[in-house]
Design a protein around this ligand. Structure first.
Ligand code: ADP
Length: 453
């Protein structure tokens, strides 16, 4: 069977079995993304009002955090001048108020938990329990209909309710996303490519503030789950990681005791100390999902500089370097499944065997292509609309390299006691949206695998 045949048979099997997947616990990060498409005249007028001389220095060098309107406007200008993304924490209340009044064009669900809750619960119909650090009306309104729940403590007991029925008016955790197209001009500056600057007015997610229900009733919550996906550790720093890590370790122990497989959705974690701590925790997870930059960054703190460099040296990424890195990571930590994704192909290294591992990757690749093609996927049946997206041509060379090095056949090989699974992905030439596509890939593959077991 060719790849297209494998794609459609994997999709059909996941579609017919996904209804059997039990509840998935999702923790910890959920927020509101407020997107503002920048307008030249408006931005210039704002910079003039704030004082060009006071704003410009921050467009040369970013501040550590945002404490004034001048720093906010200067940081936006920093991104525009370079066509580079940046994200800073907004400390000052008056600047947060300024951003709120400046407004937004669009609100979207943000944070890996929020995005995965809407996909798994709202699109696939798989029941999820989500950790939402703050449940404001605005935040609750971004959840889709479907079996999406948050725990609510009532007279000492935990009840599961849809976020809209939680009915608490907590704070808004808003990430303001200022987007600009390629060629966007402000004064004498011009953006070399499209990108965005993010100012987060959010005291909860960056610090992994865990809700009281999850601190006090975690065992009762975990009892209701069969799988778990953990995310949102990426913004922690050397200064604030200790408290959250204690809670996370305790949560992982409860999951382990109950035999609930947990997946860690790794996201780029700039702080090296935190990365080392995550490495130390990885053995408590069943599975981890990451891209090439993230794999390189974690392999680097293991002291494997040469492999880390090889991971970032080629486009498409060298699959032999990826496999070597995954084996090192699996051997060091004991994690049972590593799912690697890059533009054009995915690999999974597992300490167990079966075609279902590869087939779950195919389902995830189809889901990712559907998301890129349609922007928003309404139901699982929409995913099949990506079947006509062609399989990435460049992946043939990758497949040949894997066949030569490891004797791979039909996307499966056996290496040093592990199974290596490979799939070439479908690439959408003009994507409608790629926001949260990595989360779509990892959660679809992890849940898809348990649907197929
Ligand atoms: P993000 O943090 O934006 O989700 P990731 O690196 O985690 O980024 O995920 C991006 C992944 O999305 C890539 O590895 C690639 O597999 C997939 N992808 C990106 N663009 C497309 C596209 N146009 N069509 C299909 N898949 C894509």
């Amino acid at each position: 069977m060719g790849w297209n045949g494998l794609y459609s048979s994997a999709f059909e099997r996941v579609r017919s079995s996904i209804g059997g997947v039990g509840t998935v616990l999702l923790a910890y990060n959920t927020n509101i993304d407020a997107i503002k498409y920048l307008d030249r005249e408006d931005l210039e007028a704002r910079i003039e009002r704030a004082g060009v001389k006071e704003v410009l220095p921050y467009s040369e060098e970013l501040p550590k955090r945002i404490e004034s309107i001048q720093q906010l406007l200067g940081s936006i200008l920093w991104s525009i001048r370079r066509g580079k993304a940046a994200e800073l924490f907004v400390e000052s209340c008056s600047t947060r108020f300024y951003m709120k009044r400046w407004g937004w064009d669009e609100l979207r669900m943000g944070g890996q938990v929020g995005i995965m809750a809407n996909l798994l619960g709202g699109v696939y119909g798989v029941p999820v329990i989500a950790h939402v650090p703050q449940l404001s009306k605005l935040q609750a309104g971004l959840f889709k209909d479907g079996p999406i729940y948050v725990p609510k403590a009532e007279s000492g007991k935990i009840n599961l309710v849809h976020p809209r029925d939680f009915e608490a008016d907590e704070e808004n955790c808003i990430h303001y996303i200022y987007e600009f197209p390629r060629g966007f001009r402000v004064f004498e500056f011009e953006a070399p490519r499209e990108n965005r600057f993010i100012g987060s007015a959010d005291d909860y997610n960056p610090n992994v503030v865990v809700r009281q229900e999850f601190e006090e009733h975690f065992e009762e919550i975990a009892e209701k789950a069969e799988l778990a996906i953990i995310s949102g550790l990426q913004a922690l720093t050397e200064e604030n990681y200790r408290g959250p890590f204690e809670t996370i370790r305790a949560h992982l122990e409860v999951l382990e005791e109950r035999g609930i497989p947990a997946h860690l959705e790794f996201a780029f974690t700039p702080d090296e100390t935190v990365r080392k701590e995550i490495l130390g925790l990885l053995g408590k997870f069943w599975s981890v999902g990451l891209n090439e930059v993230e794999l390189a960054s974690i392999i680097e703190v293991m002291g494997e500089k040469a492999i880390a460099e090889r991971l970032l040296a080629h486009d498409p990424v060298d699959p032999v370097a990826v496999t070597e890195a995954m084996i090192k990571l699996a051997e060091k930590t004991g994690v049972r499944r590593i799912h690697f994704h890059t533009y054009g192909y995915y690999l999974a290294l597992t300490n167990y065997r079966g075609e279902f591992v590869r087939d779950a990757l195919l389902f995830a690749a189809l889901a990712a292509a559907a998301k890129a093609k349609l922007g928003d996927v309404g139901s699982i049946d929409d995913i099949v609309k990506a079947m006509d997206v062609p399989v990435n041509e460049k992946a043939r060379g990758i497949e040949e390299a894997l066949a030569k090095e490891y004797g791979m056949e039909g996307g499966i090989a056996e290496i040093s006691g592990y199974q290596l699974s490979f799939v070439p992905t479908k690439i959408v030439a003009k994507p409608r949206s790629t926001v949260g596509i990595g989360d779509t890939i990892s959660s679809s593959a992890f849940v898809g695998e348990f649907a197929l077991r």
